[in-house]
Design a protein around this ligand. Structure first.
Ligand SMILES: C[S@@+](CC[C@H](N)C(=O)[O-])C[C@H]1O[C@@H](n2cnc3c(N)ncnc32)[C@H](O)[C@@H]1O
Length: 313
């Protein structure tokens, strides 16, 4: 009972702080502008943080990219919402004979991406040439002809999209028949089919947990829009017309709350998120984030990641 009351209070606090943050960000009119503002500030920090965690956070997506299975020996692969291009570069190394294109709405991210690709090319020397290109664009209107792309990949981006349905339709539109989509994202904690069906029907507990983790994420990064449940993504693929929809990997990854906030480049303004999470841990509120202290008494949390793969019939 006390537990539930505290959880309600925590959600209210999140909402109030978010309202405050909204006023603070009042000059920003649209979600796209918020995305660009956040990722312009955090581009380099995000790139550095992700480079350090590549083995853990990139390999599972690359493993799902069955480039050799594609019909076209010189495939076109598009990385949507490519950010600093680490996924694009990883995929382009698998796509030796075709072209890999990274697309993003934030120009600063694309600047970092081009730098990263250049450094990677230098490291490879003359022996291997990366066929890679970066373009500015919005995932809601992919700048590609229908049936023109062999594979679409996307990592850690769907939770930022206002309309995942629209983006999925765009991916379907540009893919060739038999083309592959590989998507990896963070999902709502403790997701499984049983929880999902409760969440859709009656369980207030699940809805509250969902609201709480989204509210916390929005406090840390106002460009967050909403986590999908693992099963939401499976439904989204299927309802868009994809076939052979599968989850190829799921795993958890722990890190400090401080690093997570610092990665936004706005730690001073957002340190309150760490204070709030420490309170929630102290009061044993289930945030779904598996909050705990490490040996150095730093506050840690866990994110849950899923990789999905599907094919256009
Ligand atoms: C968390 S970053 C992930 C970057 C990259 N996929 C990776 O995993 O390293 C999210 C990226 O999505 C981009 N993004 C968000 N909404 C977008 C949209 N509507 N169109 C294009 N890019 C978008 C942001 O600019 C940002 O670079």
């Amino acid at each position: 009972m006390t537990h539930n009351i505290f959880k309600k209070l925590a959600i209210q606090t999140c909402r109030q702080t978010f309202k405050h943050e909204k006023r603070h960000l009042s000059k920003i009119n649209t979600h796209d502008e918020r995305i660009q503002q956040e990722f312009t500030t955090s581009a380099k920090l995000f790139s550095d943080a992700m480079s350090k965690r590549a083995t853990r956070l990139l390999s599972p997506l690359l493993k799902a990219c069955d480039v050799s299975q594609l019909k076209n020996p010189k495939p076109t692969i598009v990385d949507v919402a490519c950010g600093p291009g680490l996924t694009t570069i990883g995929v382009s190394k698998l796509n030796k004979y075709g072209k890999t294109i990274g697309l993003d709405i934030t120009n600063e991210m694309l600047r970092v991406a081009r730098n990263n690709a250049e450094k990677e090319q230098q490291a490879l020397g003359n022996g291997e040439k990366l066929h890679i290109e970066f373009r500015t664009g919005n995932v809601e209107h992919l700048p590609f002809e229908p049936d023109s792309v062999d594979m679409v990949v996307s990592r850690l981006a769907f939770h930022h999209f206002v309309s995942p349905k629209k983006v999925m339709s765009e991916i379907f539109r540009v893919l060739k028949r038999t083309g592959t989509a590989v998507i990896m994202d963070i999902v709502t904690a403790n997701d499984d089919k049983a929880k999902y069906s409760h969440y859709k029907t009656s369980s207030k507990e699940c809805t509250r947990l969902y609201e709480l983790c989204n509210a916390i994420e929005k406090l840390r990064d106002p460009s967050h829009h909403g986590f999908l449940w693992e099963s939401d993504m499976l439904h989204l693929f299927e309802s868009t017309g994809f076939e052979r929809v599968e989850t190829t990997d799921k795993f958890e990854d722990a890190r400090t709350v401080r690093q997570w906030i610092e990665q936004t480049g706005s730690y001073d303004q957002r340190r309150g998120v760490e204070v709030l999470l420490r309170e929630l841990l102290e009061h044993k509120v289930d945030t779904g984030m598996q909050l705990h202290l490490n040996d150095q008494h730093e506050l840690m949390f866990v994110h849950r990641y899923v990789v999905w793969r599907a094919h256009k019939p």
